[in-house]
Design a binder for this molecule. Structure first.
Ligand SMILES: [Zn+2]
Length: 338
């Protein structure tokens, strides 16, 4: 491990773009399949890993939904979350805002209560065990209807005080933010914060819609904003946080080579970029791997890396006092490292 790699590992950071279902490692997939008596179309852990050679968002989503099928009980969701937090504890993560896709489970007949209670218990365990705080983001699947999203929001009603925000994920192209304008308005009226995936595969127009129609507090990905200088200027002026995911971008061919990744160009343009893992079990690495890989590929210096970590706190949904405390610890770490 280089000096820069160990600096990254120890650097306090938050993760803001993580789909908990996307942290399902092949080993846990096998364990849960066995525990729940479910046949999966793979003979071994190696077979699953080999199947992860997808090259676009839709091919990835097909295997992702197949994998999620092994998640059945409250204990399964607890174990899924616990495994994720154990991983990121080793990456210097002190706070995580994690997305979950209720529709992936409720559409299979899994009660919403089992999904969320399992995740919440995994989150509570992580705080006790590792001191990692976390928040939940309920994401709507955009390939489904707005009516289905309204149904999901209604199911979430008893837990709204434990859900921080709503998000929008799954197949982007052909499912623009405008399709969900009303359900996001309803979520906002219930006091929830708003994020949306926009500008990953979709055009800058989708980012404009996320801003103007969904009134997002944060943009997930946002890469294609770079195609529109007016949009870049607007995002920079607003201080809008972009939750960027380098290894995901590489695996889903949003960039052809990590050496071409725009994260430092985003910073140079005044955009508030952060580094995140998206679906770490499927994309080849957790948040520490993302930082190390993009730092190496782009030759990032310590200053850029610290800025990315700083942005992860200021872009979080934590209250100002907690953000200030995290930034103090970050500064103390950087100073101690010389
Ligand atoms: Zn994502």
């Amino acid at each position: 491990m280089t000096d820069l790699d160990s600096f990254i590992t120890g650097l306090p950071k938050a993760e803001l773009h993580l789909h908990i279902e996307g942290s399902l490692e092949p080993e846990l997939m096998f364990e849960l399949a066995k525990r729940n008596g479910i046949d999966i179309p793979y003979a071994s852990v190696e077979d699953v890993r080999a199947a992860y050679a997808f090259s676009n968002l839709q091919d990835f989503l097909d295997i992702y939904y197949a994998g999620a099928n092994v998640l059945r009980t409250r204990q399964d969701f607890h174990d899924l979350a616990a495994a994720y937090f154990d991983r990121i504890a080793a990456d210097g993560v002190v706070h995580a805002e994690i997305m979950f896709d209720p529709q992936t489970h409720t559409d299979r007949g899994i009660p919403f209560a089992d999904v969320i209670e399992g995740l919440l218990s995994g989150m509570a365990e992580a705080e006790a065990k590792h001191g990692i705080t976390s928040k939940l983001i309920l994401s709507f699947l955009r390939h489904l209807s707005e009516e289905a999203a309204f149904d999901t929001l209604a199911m979430a009603e008893p837990w709204l005080d434990q859900i921080e925000a709503v998000g929008l994920d799954s197949s982007e192209v052909g499912h623009p933010p405008v399709k969900f304008a009303q359900v996001f308005e309803a979520a906002h009226a219930k006091g929830l914060k708003i994020t949306a995936h926009a500008g990953e595969e979709g055009p800058p127009e989708y980012v404009y819609q996320a801003l103007d129609l969904l009134h997002v507090d944060r943009i997930d990905h946002g890469n294609r904003s770079l195609e529109d200088p007016d949009l870049v200027a607007r995002l920079a002026a607003m201080g809008m946080t972009l939750t960027v995911c380098p290894l995901s971008n590489l695996k889903l061919c949003v960039v052809d080579d990590l050496a071409d990744h725009p994260v430092d160009r985003m910073l140079a343009l005044g955009l508030k970029a952060t580094v995140n893992s998206d679906d770490p079990a499927y994309f080849g690495g957790y948040i520490g791997d993302n930082f190390r890989a993009v730092a190496k590929a782009r030759g990032l210096d310590r200053e850029a890396i610290v800025t990315l970590a700083r942005n992860s706190f200021t872009g979080s949904f934590l209250p100002p006092k907690a953000i200030a405390e995290h930034l103090e610890k970050l500064d103390a770490y950087v100073e101690a490292q010389g």
